[in-house]
Every structure is written in C-alpha cells, then in structure tokens.
Design a protein around this ligand. Structure first.
Ligand SMILES: *Cc1c(COP(=O)(O)O)cnc(C)c1O
Length: 431
C-alpha cells in the first residue's frame, strides 16, 4: 500500500499533485510520502507487538537524514553498515542504544568510533573481526556487546546479487564455527556475546526461507543455553519483499503469524532490520521525456533520469512500474477498453553512455510524447542511496510530502558540488 494515487487523471502523492512538484523542483526528482513511510513502520511494529521488537531501519536502503529522523521519532532504531552511516544515524538523533552495526569489513577506525559512541552491538561476521573488536575494546577500556551474524545456509529465492544467507556468500559465520567461536569467546575479556543475527537476503516474498533460517537460529540458541551461554538478543535481519510488479509478498501480519511462535518461545529480545519494506514504496523517481526515438527495431523513450539516479534495473534487472503523471497521457492507460493504438512497446532509457542505462525494456506503455513526465514507482529504497555522479551528473533533488505540504530534504547538487573535493596540482599549471 502506498499514498501515490490517481485523482482526476493526475498522479498525487498524498494531497499534492506530482506534476506540480516536477514543474516546481525540476527533474529528475525523488518524491517521498511521509505517510507511506511511517505507516509501513507501524504495520511491522503492530504485527510484532507480542514480542515488542526493536525495529532498526536499514540505513543503506535510504540514508536521507529526514527519512531517518522521521522513523527515529516514531521509535525506530537504525541498522548501519559503515562509519558514514553511524555518522548519519547520530546526526538524525538516533539513540546509540538503538544502533546495530553489520558489515564484513569494518575498519579499525569505524570500530573505534562505534565503540566510543556506545552502539547497542556489532553484528560480527568473522573470528578475525571478533579478535579485532576485542583488541580495540581493550585499548579503549570498554566492554562491548556483539551478536554473531550466522550464515544459516538457506535459499531465499531472490536475485542472486541480493542473496546473503548461503554458505557461498561472504556474509556471516556457519553454525559449527560460530559455536567454536562462542565457546572460545568466553576468554575474551572485553566482549560479551549478547546475541545472534541473521540477514538472509533482500526482496524475499515468501515466509519459508525466513522460517527455515529462524528455526535453525532458535535451535542453535537452545543448544547454547544447554552449554550455559545465555543470550539476550535475537536479530532476524531484514529482507521482506514488496510489490514492484505482480509479486504477492507476505504482509507484515502473515509474516508475523509464521515467525512469532518461533520467536516467542526463545524469550529473547527481538531485533528486526527492515529497509525495503519500510521505504521501498514510499518513494518515486520523477523524470521527463526528452526525446522519442524510433529505430528500425525499437522505440526508445529517452528520459532525463539515468542509471546514476536509479541503478536497480541495470544492476539487478529489477522491474519498476512506470506511469505517466499527466491527465492527457493517463487517459490512455490500459484499462482493457482502450484502442490498441493508444499503447506502444518501448524501451525507457536514460541519457548515460551505457547500454545498461535503462528503466524498462520492451515495456507496453501508454503513448507518451516529448515533454511528458513519467514516474518510476517503488524507488524509495536502494534508489537515491545507490545513486552516483557517473557522467558528471548532479544527484537528484529529494522532496518529502506530508499531506498537503512539501519539504525539500536534499537539494539538487550543483556543478560546484561535484568537483568540490578535487584539486589540480600546481605542476599541471607549469608552476
Ligand atoms: C541490507 C540489509 C538489511 C535490509 O535489507 P532489506 O531487504 O532492505 O530489508 C538488513 N540487515 C542487513 C545486515 C543488511 O545488510
């Protein structure tokens, strides 16, 4: 569910006409619905009420400070994967006691900063990392909590690039090694193994992989208990899938129905790390049709947003719905009773010098003309956060709609912004 709907043949975000936003702020433009963002957070929170979990929004899905602050204000914690994300989390006013930190490659500097700021725990991904954290914690004279990230070796049935819980993936620690580590870690003076963590992949639309992984995790926690090791936290990660196309993902409620019984019997404090589920359908990317180009084989709709703005189609062959903003075009939307000629098959492509720069291929679209605006739907997660300056393109403006109000939450970069950290050494000037 989301708050992007047609009224009088115009796409609205909450109570604001998106076309007006495109005219006012220019394109490419990211538009977020505050209401949609928040309601997804509460859907999960309510579904899991019986275990009262700490829901740590995954910062990498959408790192904008306003997005983070909006969620933090509603009680969310944050799941971070770098020192930069720690900086953002703190800047957004998140209590360090609600920050969890995963990553296979945390540097000494990042570990030190995280310890000093007093985060809830590290999700540790290898024995070497654990030793390193022990070493740094000892030097800083602090005792730190960690959760071991377990690789439960389950198949999440999602794109191979967003699968993270199989033994061929770089993430986490297998059960046998984890047990050895935990028994060994008793000698680590400055570390407390406080929990277990999993995150098996992203855009997972069925509950079975979660149930399989969590069952294994719960069994393992039970085994540890028999060894006299009492944990405090069970972090079940993120990965809940959303609707981009025809998916029928589990709802928060259905997901909860399946996993709550498993979680409840552990008696442990539950942590979740949803990213896409909360932000994915809360944002769209608005773009303008620059040119229509017919070739002997194809029709290309060339738009002013590119793979630097939204890389998911290029990187994961991800599907995003593309819809027109304006009424003239909207009239021709496929409702089943339209003339065939009002639709056409086209590739929607960006201006970047790469053949991978596309948003849709051979997509049946209502006929659009140059100057029309299109919305790429479901762009709220892994959209802006994966954007770049490739081709020296300025990163897009981001605005947030709250009912009938609009606020800029990131202004469009300037050309000066994109060269800000560069210098031409004097010798190149012959000095
Ligand atoms: C990316 C990530 C998440 C969020 O994944 P979603 O599929 O967006 O829910 C959660 N936890 C960890 C450790 C991650 O790396």
């Amino acid at each position: 569910m989301h708050d992007f709907k047609y009224k009088n043949n115009n796409l609205y975000c909450e109570k604001v006409r998106v076309w007006d936003l495109a005219e006012k702020f220019g394109t490419p433009l990211y538009v977020y619905s505050y209401q949609t963002l928040i309601s997804h957070f509460f859907k999960l929170k309510q579904a899991f009420e019986p275990v009262n979990p700490l829901i740590c929004f995954s910062v990498k899905a959408n790192f904008n400070l306003a997005i983070l602050k909006a969620l933090v204000d509603k009680g969310a914690g944050l799941d971070i994967v770098s020192g930069g994300e720690l900086f953002r989390a703190l800047k957004a006013g998140c209590s360090p006691k609600k920050i969890v930190y995963a990553s296979v490659g945390k540097t000494n500097y990042e570990i030190e900063e995280a310890i000093k700021s007093g985060i809830l725990f590290f999700n540790v991904e290898s024995f070497s990392e654990l030793e390193n954290i022990q070493h740094i914690a000892k030097r800083l004279k602090s005792r730190v909590n960690v959760a071991l990230r377990i690789n439960p070796d389950v198949e999440p049935k999602t794109h191979k690039y967003i699968t993270t819980g199989k033994l061929t993936n770089k993430f986490g620690i297998d059960f046998i090694t984890a047990k050895e580590i935990i028994l060994l870690a008793r000698v680590f003076s400055h570390i407390k193994i406080a929990g277990l963590h999993i995150h098996i992949g992203s855009q997972i639309t069925i509950p079975e992989p979660f149930v399989a992984a969590i069952s294994k995790l719960v069994r393992f926690a039970g085994e540890l208990k028999e060894e006299g090791i009492n944990l405090e936290y069970l972090n079940i990660g993120g990965g809940l899938g959303i609707i981009y196309d025809q998916e029928k993902p589990q709802t928060a409620r259905k997901f909860a129905d399946k996993v709550l019984p498993l979680l409840k019997k552990t008696g442990l404090k539950i942590i979740m790390e949803p990213g896409r589920f909360i932000a994915g359908n809360a944002g769209i990317l608005v773009t303008k049709v620059l040119y229509i180009k017919n070739t002997p084989k194809k029709k290309f709709v060339i738009v002013d947003a590119g793979m630097n703005d939204l890389i998911r189609p290029a990187l994961y062959e991800a599907y995003h719905k593309i819809v027109p903003l304006s009424s003239q075009v909207r009239k021709f939307l496929p409702t089943g009773r339209q003339e065939a000629s009002s639709q056409e098959k086209a590739d929607v492509v960006g201006p970047i010098c790469e053949s991978g720069d596309f948003f849709a291929k051979d997509r049946v679209l209502p006929k659009v003309k140059e100057g029309d605006y299109l919305a790429v739907m479901g762009a709220g997660a892994y959209g802006f956060s994966m954007s770049s300056n490739y081709n020296s393109r300025r990163r897009a403006e981001e605005v947030m709609v709250v009912k009938d109000k609009v606020v800029v939450i990131r202004r469009r970069e300037s050309y000066e912004d994109i060269v800000r950290n560069e210098t031409i050494p004097p010798f190149l000037f012959g000095l």
